[in-house]
Design a protein around this ligand. Structure first.
Ligand SMILES: Nc1ncnc2c1ncn2[C@@H]1O[C@H](COP(=O)(O)OP(=O)(O)OP(=O)(O)O)[C@@H](O)[C@H]1O
Ligand SMILES: [Mg+2]
Length: 335
């Protein structure tokens, strides 16, 4: 326990914001804010705001302040973070927390400075940034400080990242601004084209999670989905099966694969042999897609396996990074 205030790891994601302290997750909320646009004030944040989506009058706007892994609306982001930090630390803070916050690999200095500033304005004493794949690798418990090749892939809602880490820092990495939300859009497009049915993004995500997969499965699941007929505008229902979602996702998965391929191609030979031996570990919400490990293994020829704690490991790794600052500091993004 730090002497002055808490040490928090914050995984600021396009879809979810997760805060860890020590080895525990202390907050897990959607990165969503509900704003009263007449009075210009925040009505709800996180889960409560997400639940209002689609059920509120015109005067309330449901905002997603991050897009493709980076801050799209600074004011809303830092106020949302302020709420989350207050929820974790309590309102009357004698000692402010230290915060280690994730940023996608390869963001611009302007983008990372915005995240740093948001962490400071949210009420931190010191704020540091860490590349998301490095936080994931630390959280998974890979031996990142040793001179060995460790490969990690993060499949988020807005971005896909792959990195090889050795001796405390990233040796080669790539990030594409395509993630789970694009998979949902691919499902929407597929259903519209095949059935002339318009569905919402929540329905598409549900289909991806409940019946979807990256590769054909022995057991085909099915699900009834509701939408609006493209021609008549009337509500209609269709039944979709796993095989259809697999087909709908392939093109977007290929775009995500580009990041992984790029990293494998640019890894120095000494480290590449470690990776061939040890494989790559997959993290992030997208790693929960059935068969994604098998799909990545097939497409790259390198064994891909799911982390034990694939979603929360990133925030836990960020929190842990605060305890090993001296070892990794020189590899963290400068602000
Ligand atoms: N079982 C599942 N199968 C497939 N996808 C899933 C599953 N569970 C969650 N997801 C997807 O994971 C994504 C959210 O993952 P995560 O919380 O890691 O993203 P994020 O950190 O907010 O985004 P980013 O890191 O890209 O900014 C969403 O697109 C969601 O649909
Ligand atoms: Mg993420």
């Amino acid at each position: 326990m730090p002497l002055f205030g808490k040490d928090l790891g914050i995984d600021l994601g396009t879809v979810n914001t997760i805060i860890a302290e020590g080895g525990e997750v202390v907050l897990f909320e959607p990165t969503v804010v509900a704003i009263d646009i007449e009075e210009l004030k925040i009505v709800e944040v996180g889960q409560a705001a997400r639940e209002m989506d689609g059920r509120v009058p015109d005067t309330i706007e449901i905002m997603h302040p991050l897009r493709e892994g980076v801050i799209a609306d600074f004011e809303v982001t830092h106020r949302m973070l302020g709420h989350f930090v207050e929820k974790v630390c309590g309102p009357a803070r004698l000692f402010k927390p230290r915060i280690m916050m994730t940023v996608p690999y390869g963001v611009t200095s302007v983008e990372s400075r915005a995240v740093h500033e948001a962490a400071l304005q949210a009420g931190s004493r010191d704020a540091y940034l860490i590349q998301e794949p490095l936080a994931a690798a630390i959280g998974v418990g890979l031996p990142v400080a040793t001179p060995s090749g460790n490969m990690v892939v993060t499949l988020g809602g807005g971005v896909t990242q792959a990195a090889v880490i050795s001796t405390g820092g990233i040796v080669s990495a790539d990030c594409v601004r395509i993630g789970g939300m694009r998979l949902d859009e691919a499902i929407i497009a597929y259903i519209r084209k095949k059935y002339g049915l318009v569905i919402g993004s929540r329905t598409a995500e549900e289909a991806k999670i409940r019946v979807g997969a990256a590769v054909p499965q022995d057991e085909d699941r099915s699900m009834e989905i509701q939408g609006q007929d493209q021609v008549t505008g009337l509500p209609r229902t269709v039944i979709i099966v796993t095989g259809e979602i697999v087909e709908a996702l392939q093109e977007t998965l290929q775009l995500q694969l580009a990041a992984v391929r790029n990293v494998l191609e640019h890894t120095p030979p000494e480290l590449a042999s470690d990776i061939i031996d040890r494989g790559m570990v997959i993290t992030g919400g997208g790693s929960l897609l059935r068969g994604i490990d098998k799909w990545l293994t097939q497409k790259t020829g390198v064994a891909a396996y799911l982390a034990e704690d694939p979603v929360e490991c990133i925030s836990k790794g960020a929190a842990r990074a605060l305890t090993m600052l001296e070892k990794i500091r020189r590899y963290l993004p400068a602000v």
